[in-house]
Ligand binder design. Structure first.
Ligand code: PMP
Length: 292
């Protein structure tokens, strides 16, 4: 249960956490956000999330209302106030209250909201049996239009692709970029494994630069003796892969069993994915132990 919300410097009861109907975050999706995991009361990869939040804000010409250090302290304060042990934190900057026009110049005070709550993961059986996914018809928005590395408050591109998945009874969709190459999923990054090599689309494909993606590339895979190749990944390669897995703050590492109904590898969570998922969990536990 959420006990208090951090709003612009103050912890308030959820019922007292209000935002103006004139806030451009609501009117135009003008703002940015972060989703962060808490494990054992510790905020995971806090510095990386704060850095990405501040970068997202600057990319949309929103001068962050708090410094990185202030934001990090506020996130920890909110987690503690809500006594979150294992959970999830949502951090939001909105452009603030303005007039009914697009121009951000009418909004003088950006807002900062921090919500700490429990987390909803993909169903347990998907971690053991694998997750079926589809390839969305809708392409990921091109970098030149709105760089997907900005975690903006406008997630309609992802939501509409997710609706395509839900309509056929699955929970996640792979999104191709406008060139037809693999970019990412609606709320997760993607990796594939072929002949023992782990590959992930290069960030130039247009994607959120996932913090879990980076953790897997820089820490988890090397600890298992693998390097990860970043390059252009074609749609066809998905079907030839031995294994596919997704990464995300909420999802962690989850194996994919089928794409558009076609089994991937043996149609189950592959052995390297299993090894990486186990390594992921033990490294998270190790990081917690180090801080204890
Ligand atoms: N891509 C998109 C579109 C996302 O929204 C997310 C976060 N849910 C990810 C990838 C994964 O990023 P992270 O590992 O930082 O959670």
């Amino acid at each position: 249960m959420t006990r208090s919300i951090w709003m612009n410097g103050t912890l308030v009861a959820p019922d007292d956490a209000h935002i103006s109907v004139f806030d451009h975050g609501l009117l135009y999706g003008d703002g940015c956000f972060e989703g962060i995991r808490v494990y054992g009361g510790t905020v995971f990869k806090l510095a990386a999330h704060v850095e990405r939040m501040q970068a997202s804000a600057r990319c949309i010409h929103l001068e962050p209302p708090y410094s990185g250090a202030e934001l990090a302290a506020a996130i920890v304060e909110t987690v503690e106030a809500n006594r979150i042990d294992d959970g999830y934190v949502r951090v939001v900057y909105t452009r603030g209250k303005g007039s009914l026009g697009l121009s951000p110049s009418s909004c003088s005070n950006p807002s900062c909201i921090i919500i700490a709550d429990t987390i909803s993961l993909y169903p347990d059986e998907m971690y053991t049996e694998g997750m079926p996914v589809i390839i969305a018809n809708r392409p990921r928005i091109p970098i030149a239009c709105l760089d997907p590395q900005i975690k903006s408050l406008n997630y309609l591109n992802n939501i509409l692709a997710k609706v395509e998945a839900i309509e056929v009874g699955v929970l996640e969709a792979i999104m191709l970029n406008i060139e037809g190459d693999v970019a990412e999923c609606t709320g997760d990054n993607i990796f594939l494994i072929k002949d023992g090599t782990i590959v992930t689309p290069d960030t130039s494909a247009g994607m959120l630069h996932g913090i879990t993606r980076r953790f897997v590339m820089e820490e988890v895979a090397p600890a298992c003796g693998y390097t990860v190749e970043e390059r252009t990944v074609s749609k066809e390669e998905l079907f030839q892969a031995d294994e596919i897995f997704l990464t995300g703050t909420a999802a962690e590492v989850i194996g994919v069993c089928s794409v558009d109904g076609t089994p991937i590898g043996a149609g189950a969570v592959g052995p390297i994915t299993t090894q990486l998922a186990e390594q992921f969990r033990s490294m998270v536990a190790g990081e917690l132990a180090e801080r204890a």
